[in-house]
Design a binder for this molecule. Sequence first.
Ligand code: C5P
Length: 275
Amino acid sequence: MNDGTIVELAPAKLNLALHVRRRRADGYHDLETLFAFCRDGDVIRLAPAVADTFAITGPFGATLAAEGDNLVTRARDAFRAAFGVAAPCAIELEKNLPIASGIGGGSADAAATLRALARWHDVAPDESRLFGIAARLGADVPACLLGKSAIGEGRGDELRVVDGLAGRGVLLVNPRVAVSTARVFAGWDGVDRGAITGDPAEDRNDLTAPAVAAAPEIATVLGALEALANARLVRMSGSGATCFALFDAPADARSAAAAIGAEHPGWWWLASELA
Ligand code: C5P
């Protein structure tokens, strides 16, 4: 792409905790979650062009391209409708994160697309219309647009920024099993286990049991992470299957990744740092 290219990182999203409180009449669930973001993820590149194009590259590009519909082009079209702009552009999505994996994926890509278009069209990143578009694209998209540690309530889109755990090392591990978010929520047992405290050590992920029922490999991943020396907190993110371990320092996450990679060569992993 030419020098006018706008590059936006679409960081991996983590739910350090996720408490499901009740089923709603609209098919969603009221939840309380603690969002955090990594310093690595997918990448969106956007450049002015004579006609619209959309290309998907990266290690998980082929899998995603096979699905057809994409939140990136839906975000582009929603932005244009809301802001009354039509200039064509070339968008590239570098898909580094596994899809349907509980770490944002499509939501992060949609949010990065909105950020890139906002930069191009001189729209302030905190413009309320951007958050309105984000909420219509998906429950996690507003959190990804904000991109900061936050407590999410309601569907996960009522956000309150909190102090995060910036600088901690984090290891993400996925057994390369795609999990349907809708199916995992549908498997929740309906028991309200209480409010989030905001202290990840005290909190939990209520979707772990239904996710393990859908993908038993998740229990193996959690066991392998719990066996790591220095891991401070081990948990599944979102509706899975990606699980994470937090460490005091990024170097600890990198050595843990080497150990996990040697023991389970078929698993996907990412050693990163919390933002
Ligand atoms: O909003 P999004 O398309 O990401 O949500 C995917 C699915 O996850 C929803 O269709 C719904 O089944 C489930 N979900 C839910 N409650 C939430 C968020 C998602 O039941 N708060």
